[in-house]
Design a protein around this ligand. Sequence first.
Ligand code: FE2
Length: 291
Amino acid sequence: MEIVPLSDAVGAEIRSVDLRETLSVETLDQIEQAFHDYAIVLLRDQDITLEQQKTFALHFGELGSRNRPGPKPNEIDEYGEHVMLVTNVRENGKAIGSLPDGEMTFHADTAYFEFPSKATMLYAMELPSWGGNTLFSNCYAAAEQLPEEMKRRLDGQKAMQVYEYGTTLKTKEKYDRENFPHYAHPVFRKHPATGRSALFVSELMTEEIVGMPKAESDEILGKLFEHQKKAEMVYEHEWKVGDLVMWDNRCTIHARTDFPRDERRMLRRLTIQDTTPVVEGAVPYRQAAAE
Ligand SMILES: [Fe+2]
């Protein structure tokens, strides 16, 4: 097995692993270590069934439910409760999957639950001729590279995570939180495996810093969202059919670029449920360059 970084920001490609085969404990341990070291792992040129994808996912924990709050798509039931088809494919005018069209701003999957998804695994089956790239931003780097003054202001704070079913910017003046799932999590969360602190806010889902005057909260969040988009923290993945990407929702956020509505795009998604609570992290410090 070969592990090749995808960028300076985040992510690594794992080569010479075929997910149709039974993987040894040693191989699985190496993949898990790469997942902790790089936060995102990519395995290219996979040709796998749903069962093979599930088998691989189950090495990292229990599968999460695809069921999210909000309007239910006309989802294909044969895939079962764990599988979400991320697709714009329509039959009789109705999308057969979820999150069908267009751009999505940065978020961590299901951050609005008490127990957000630990990881998400997406497998590319059909792709448009352009766009639909996934941007990944490194939340460890975002935390560590904040100005010291901002770290002090955010120390011990919680942020309210809400999902109101839109896929792009929050534009409402007032949010209708009571009708939507929401949960306040620490702004700096401690990763249970690596011990590192990650900045756990995102433009799509974070509504406010709890207990802070609105104007101050809006100003800080605006700065944090811009900070998370800095090129040095972001890896942009251009999908190829057969790509399988597993990302860590505890220390990365992701976004999607636009793509043509009239071309088919289909990815098969599984999530891995977290079993440990979200825990407050220490004020992060910059990692030494050599680490
Ligand atoms: Fe997502």
